[in-house]
Structure formats: structure tokens, C-alpha cells
Design a protein around this ligand. Structure first.
Ligand SMILES: *Cc1c(COP(=O)(O)O)cnc(C)c1O
Length: 366
């Protein structure tokens, strides 16, 4: 079976470096809030081009804590509205409702799968406080247009960069395209830890200070608590591992580009709609998503022919039981995407033979 993502092989390339990193932490006697997390934060901020990066426990916490910090800063209040794409992964939406804020869904562009900037303005009310663009599948959103709307209505822009580590929009990287950004280092992400991890990036000093306190029980100073905070920390082992993985990230992105280019150049089956790519550096190919009206049939056929695929995602958020209050809403573009999308195998360790085999199998589908 050609695996969708061979995480074991990806990590075993760095086995020696990863063991060295873990050994360093074990021998240091310091396992939380130490040197490795501090160094990773510096290195990741530099990579993204931001002043601050703050390690947290996971990607959902990163987004939740940004919104929570804005509430502590008096910029948002319970019941305020946050604009978010209707086809995102559920975590983006959960971070909003977790804070007692209201997610307002906006349809994506059918070509890019990213939030359609033209549809944002009509959803803005006097309760709207922020836009949360999601760089879905690893492709950056049209941030120039989104930031224009945000400036016009004085809204914060909170990027969900959980799938887009390293992707550019013009000359800036994801994480540095709005007011703040949340990243995930879940093992399957392009920058993946060997467990859970996340980070917030921002250039806003006040926001950074509030988040740093919130993730550590609301404490800015030992045994003093400014806020009713939480415990959401990136531990030393994961930080040390992420430092190794970060040093190889650009190389891995290049390898993903090679697989994507091979697919784009060679998949010729007329039944398949290939993903669109505006600028080469805008996409880091976390997911290579094709579309076809015969999605379920194609997935079964590929599985029978030893190609593993996944669906990102089978059920749109407004059709989830957790959000039954939205069950009467219609998002036809999202629904179409959810019914036609299929993610092909892609990774930095995928062999050319495997890419060839995927293409040949798809081209023979009818
Ligand atoms: C993975 C992901 C998250 C959540 O990250 P976790 O580390 O799993 O909490 C949030 N948003 C998007 C778009 C994701 O893909």
C-alpha cells in the first residue's frame, strides 16, 4: 500500500539528531519552561519573520489563547462574532465557541478552498471583532484582500496556520500575515512533533505578554496571578525535537513541491480536477486535494489498487452534531467540496516510483 503519509520514515531520517535532542533534555534535569522551549521559540519566530513565538500545548490551544487574550485585553467580549471559513477543520471553530464568541461562517472560493474575501463584508455586523482565515491544505489565503476588509472595519486578523508552516504570501510567511497566528505541531503536520505541540506567533508585544501569562495559569510572575489562566505549555522534549524538525522544514517543503509538481504535470484524467496554485511559494502542500464527482468510487478504486487516500473533510462543520444549531443553514460551496474532495498521498519521503504509480492508477480510472 502506498501510504498517505509515512510519518515513521519521515522521522527516522533524523533518528540520530532526535535521540541527541532527547538525551540533551533528559540530562538537563529541566523538563518544562526551559532552554529548549526558549530556543525553539526564538528559531520559530525568526523562521516566520515575527517578533514573538510562544510555545503552547497544541494548535487548538494556540487559537483559543489568542482569542482569550484579546478578551482579557478588552478587545473582544462574550457574544462577539468572529468570521471563519465554512469548510475549515473543526478546531478553528471550536477555538471561537470555547471563548463564548460566535463563529460566523463564510464560504470558500471553490478553486482555492480558502475563505472567499469577497463574501466577508456582507457578514460583518457591529459585533464582528475578527477574521480567522485558515490557510487550508497549506496554501496561503488572499491576505491582501482580507487585511483590507479588516482595516476598513477595524477587525483583528487571526491566522490559522496549522497546515501552512513555511508558506508565503508575497514576501511574508504565514504566521506574519495578520495580528496573530496559531500553529499546530501535531505529528502529521508539515512541522510535526513526536506528540502534541503548538505555537502562537505575533508582532504585538502586549498580546504576547498576555498569552505568556494565560498559558501558565495566568501568572506573569511566579505565584502571582493576573488572569484566570490555564496550563498549556510546550514541553522541553517536544521543543528539542521541533528544533531538529524545523532545521529540515524547508528541505521537506521542497520535496513536497516535487511530488505536487509531478502530480500537477502528469495527472491527465478528465474526471479529476487538480488543485490550483497561484504562486509556487504560496503552497506547502500539507494536503494535495483533488476533486471529482465520483469521489467515493475513486477512493475505493485507489484503495483496491494499493493507494491510500483520506478525505479532508467528510462532514462540513455546519452539519456536525456538535453544532446542531446550524443544521438548517446552507453552504452549497462547502457541501460540494466536502462531497468531492480527496487527498492523495504526499510527503517529503515519497519516492518517485510511488508518485508514478499513483498517477498511473488515477489516469486509468474511469
Ligand atoms: C490540526 C489543526 C488544528 C488543531 O491543531 P491541534 O494541534 O491538533 O490541536 C487547527 N486548525 C487546523 C486547520 C488544523 O489542521
Amino acid at each position: 500500500m502506498i501510504p498517505f503519509l509515512d510519518i515513521k520514515t519521515i522521522n527516522s531520517q533524523y533518528r540520530k539528531e532526535l535521540i541527541e535532542a532527547c538525551t540533551r533534555v533528559i540530562d538537563s534535569g529541566w523538563y518544562i519552561q526551559g532552554k529548549e522551549c526558549g530556543l525553539f521559540e526564538k528559531e520559530f519566530a525568526k523562521y516566520c519573520g515575527t517578533k514573538y513565538a510562544i510555545g503552547v500545548a497544541n494548535g487548538l490551544d494556540a487559537l483559543t489563547l489568542i482569542l482569550r487574550a484579546y478578551m482579557e485585553m478588552g478587545i473582544m467580549r462574550k457574544g462577539d462574532e468572529i468570521i471563519v471559513p465554512s469548510n475549515t477543520y473543526i478546531a478553528s471553530i471550536l477555538s471561537i465557541s470555547e471563548n463564548g464568541l460566535i463563529p460566523v461562517l463564510v464560504e470558500p472560493n471553490i478553486e482555492t478552498y480558502n475563505i472567499n474575501p469577497k463574501l466577508i463584508e456582507e457578514k460583518i455586523t457591529n459585533k464582528t471583532k475578527a477574521i480567522m482565515p485558515v490557510h487550508l491544505y497549506g496554501q496561503s489565503c488572499e491576505m491582501d484582500k482580507i487585511n483590507l476588509v479588516a482595516t476598513k472595519y477595524n477587525l483583528k486578523v487571526i491566522e490559522d496556520s496549522a497546515q501552512s508552516h513555511g508558506a508565503y504570501f508575497k514576501d511574508k510567511r504565514c504566521g506574519n500575515l495578520g495580528d496573530a497566528s496559531g500553529f499546530s505541531f501535531y505529528p502529521g503536520k508539515n512541522l510535526g512533533a513526536l506528540g502534541d505541540g503548538g505555537a502562537i506567533t505575533t508582532n504585538d508585544k502586549e498580546l504576547a505578554e498576555v498569552v505568556i501569562a494565560l498559558k501558565n495559569y495566568g501568572s506573569h510572575k511566579k505565584y502571582e496571578n493576573l488572569y484566570k489562566g490555564t496550563n498549556s505549555r510546550l514541553d522541553e522534549i517536544q521543543a528539542a525535537i521541533l528544533r531538529v524538525k524545523l532545521s529540515h522544514l524547508d528541505n521537506e517543503i521542497n520535496k513536497r513541491h516535487e511530488v505536487a509538481k509531478y502530480y500537477l504535470d502528469n495527472i491527465t484524467n478528465k474526471k479529476i480536477k487538480l488543485p490550483c496554485l497561484y504562486e509556487i511559494n504560496n503552497h506547502v502542500w500539507h494536503v494535495f486535494a483533488i476533486k471529482t464527482k465520483q469521489r467515493d468510487k475513486l477512493q475505493k478504486y485507489l484503495s483496491n489498487n494499493n493507494v491510500q487516500t483520506l478525505i479532508h473533510y467528510p462532514i462540513p462543520p455546519h452539519k456536525q452534531k456538535a453544532y446542531s444549531e446550524w443544521s438548517q443553514l446552507n453552504f452549497p460551496i462547502s457541501e460540494k467540496i466536502h462531497s468531492e474532495i480527496l487527498s492523495l498521498p504526499i510527503s517529503a519521503v515519497q519516492t518517485i516510483q510511488n508518485s508514478k504509480s499513483v498517477v498511473k492508477t488515477i489516469n486509468e480510472f474511469n
